[in-house]
Design a protein around this ligand. Structure first.
Ligand SMILES: [Zn+2]
Length: 148
């Protein structure tokens, strides 16, 4: 995970990371050129996702987090596992093939909800009933989402 200073086009340097123990994570990054700082805050579920995905923050992976529940939700493909914020009820949308769900688990937790929504909207717009890796590839090319 990296942050770029848009104005300087430079990679921000990792400054500090805090694991307060309540499941939240705070990390700070600073631009070495202009000194601008950004902070990353995650809630307990996002922290767990980062830990279980082995994402490196500040050159080190997070220690294993105690909540195995979230990983279980991801592997069973429960719809709620990817929802950010409160669910607005069951909207009818495309289903995700197991392979597509598996690919989605490799997207960092912070952006997964957004990425999933982008693909779901894409499929819905085109009347695609099931999202597969092939659909994701096509959508990525058409929407210019390289890396997602
Ligand atoms: Zn800068």
């Amino acid at each position: 995970m990296k942050f770029l200073c848009v104005e300087c086009d430079r990679q921000m340097a990792f400054e500090e990371r805090q694991l307060p123990g309540d499941g939240t994570l705070a990390a700070a990054f600073r631009c070495p050129q202009c000194g601008r700082a950004v902070a990353l805050l995650t809630n307990p579920m996002e922290t767990q996702l980062v830990a279980s995905l082995g994402v490196k923050i500040g050159g080190a992976t997070l220690p294993p987090q105690p909540l195995e529940m979230v990983r279980g939700m991801v592997t069973t493909g429960r719809e709620d596992a990817f929802q950010d914020g409160p669910s607005d009820g069951r909207t009818v949308g495309p289903t995700w093939s197991p392979a597509a769900q598996e690919r989605l688990t490799r997207v960092p937790g912070f952006v997964r909800g957004m990425v999933k929504r982008i693909y779901a909207d894409y499929a819905k717009d085109r009347g695609i009933a099931e999202i597969t890796p092939a659909v994701m590839d096509t959508a990525r090319n058409e929407l210019g989402l390289e890396g997602m």
